[in-house]
Design a binder for this molecule. Structure first.
Ligand code: PGA
Length: 256
């Protein structure tokens, strides 16, 4: 059985959504979470243009919302960038930083991800810091080395008090959108490693919420969430279907 931490399930819509579809999805999620135990927290990270709509539709519901990235800069001449303070203006509380699709397609270094985490914290957002190894690194037995390095680069920028406010998501790149999830035991191994690494920064840091992401679905969620060091999930594809997302949220409640 897992430790008595609350569970957190966050949807990462990626570049999906349209106003009409979002309204249906958000209303179904807001409605569906009412039946959940209070110990499960639920959030959605939406594309920036939909933050206002999300705020309007989720205000008053227990569902939190946020962005999938924030700029490493506070403000200025950075065309196309969105500052953490701008995200926070929509009463958002979450910001994913360092997703593998940002690290890969946008060449975000571990250092930049650390700065983004700092910016999110300074704006009052909880950064969900993603770490994960590629298939090649996984097969070479480098998972711990890679995720340890990614985590260290973020922790190096934060005081222990700030580090205790982050969420970390372990997302093996080979499991994202592939339908091929890590086994619960594989994920737990890496989570235990990450937890130990976090704890080196202080006891409170060792207790941060650690999510697993990568092909989480209703069928595998409960086993994953039942692991000692897995405090919930970051959900891509399955977060776009209310029924699947809510089933994953229920699995988190069942794993408590
Ligand atoms: P997936 O994506 O659930 O579609 O694998 C997870 C993520 O990239 O956050």
């Amino acid at each position: 059985m897992s430790k008595q931490r609350t569970k957190l399930v966050v949807g990462n819509w990626k570049m999906h959504g349209r106003l009409a579809d979002n309204a249906v999805l958000l209303e179904a999620v807001a409605q569906g979470v009412r039946g959940l135990q209070g110990a499960v927290k639920v959030g959605v990270c939406v594309p920036h243009p939909y933050l206002a709509q999300t705020q309007a539709l989720l205000a008053g519901s227990p569902v939190q919302w946020g962005s999938q990235d924030v700029s490493a800069h506070e403000q200025g001449a950075y065309t196309g960038e969105v500052a953490a303070d701008m995200v926070a203006e929509f009463a958002a509380t979450l910001a994913i930083v360092g997703h593998s699709e940002r690290r890969g397609y946008h060449h975000e270094s571990a250092d930049v991800v650390g700065i983004k985490a700092e910016r999110a914290l300074a704006a009052g957002l909880t950064p969900i810091v993603c770490v994960g190894e590629t298939l090649e690194q996984h097969e070479a037995g480098l998972a711990q080395q890679v995720v340890g390095g990614q985590l260290d680069a973020v922790l190096a920028k934060l005081s222990p008090a700030d580090a205790a406010r982050i969420v970390v998501a372990y997302e093996p790149v080979w499991a994202i959108g592939t339908g091929k999830s890590a086994t619960a035991a594989q994920a737990q191994d890496v989570h235990a490693f990450l937890r130990a690494r976090l704890a080196q920064k202080g006891a409170a840091v060792g207790a941060v919420t650690l999510l697993y992401g990568g092909s989480v679905k209703p069928e595998n969620a409960q086993e994953l969430f039942g692991q000692q060091d897995i405090d919930g999930g970051l959900i891509g594809g399955a977060s776009l279907k209310a029924q699947d997302f809510l089933a994953i949220c229920s699995a988190a409640a069942a794993a408590l």
